[in-house]
Ligand binder design. Sequence first.
Ligand code: ATP
Ligand code: VIB
Length: 260
Amino acid sequence: MEVMRHASTFLLPSSSEGTDYLPSSVHALIILNQRLPGFAPLLWERAKLRVCADGGANRVFDGMPEFFPDDDPGEVRRRYKPDLVNGDMDSIRAEVKDYYSDLGVKILDESHDQDTTDLHKCVAFVCDGQPILEKSNLCIIVLGALGGRFDHEVGNINVLYRFSNMRIILLSDDCLIYLLPKTHRHEIYIESSVEGPHCGLIPVGAPSTSTTTTGLQWNLSETGMHFGGLVSTSNIVREAKITVQSDVDLLWTISIRKQS
Ligand SMILES: Nc1ncnc2c1ncn2[C@@H]1O[C@H](COP(=O)(O)OP(=O)(O)OP(=O)(O)O)[C@@H](O)[C@H]1O
Ligand SMILES: Cc1ncc(C[n+]2csc(CCO)c2C)c(N)n1
């Protein structure tokens, strides 16, 4: 079974080029309709593609100038211009839509589809519609996916399962989540300056009959996990490298350290 390696190098303040353990990846950023986290400008500058999901465009329009109170808001908005706004367009304000449209931003109205979420539409666009992005080392970072309405949060997690062959990271100010597909053994390299120590391994999609880990305070050894029984929450990272192998897709979550 092949190894899949993971590291949250994108959160490091200095450039997130490749490391010994992980080649550099290309980032696409999707901004959802929640307050922008503090590292939004940094992630924006490093991303190759920036997509706003419907009302996420309001957050960029309103929120980016707040990060630069000494700069002219119009200048900040032109600097942080998305490549695309995609969704069912029931949350983007008319003035914001017109503003970005006038700047030449592509606005993709998919209001005919009321069976998939705006995040789903954005991920599908990044996967299917962007031949310029090399998919093998593409990582999609989703801002504002957690810490809001529970139905939205579950919908966002469902997108990880629907696109389980893609690297997608759901991010908030407090934690990040991604999927560990059962097709691989996983090595997670902890960036201890920006993440941890609290973590979890959660069998959301299906119960696990056998999961094995190393590097955690409470490791699993061919252990089963299911809702109603054991799920690994409030675990603690103990080593620089965590390994995970399971018979099901698991969610990995780790706390993000408060920025000082
Ligand atoms: N409170 C929240 N918590 C988590 N994710 C959210 C929240 N609000 C919005 N999102 C995410 O941002 C995307 C765009 O949000 P937006 O408010 O434009 O959606 P929407 O289609 O209008 O949702 P709804 O009609 O259910 O309120 C959603 O698809 C969802 O992924
Ligand atoms: C069984 C079922 N439940 C809910 C919805 C509603 N829904 C799901 S995604 C979406 C778009 C949100 O931007 C909407 C309205 C549905 N279609 N089918």
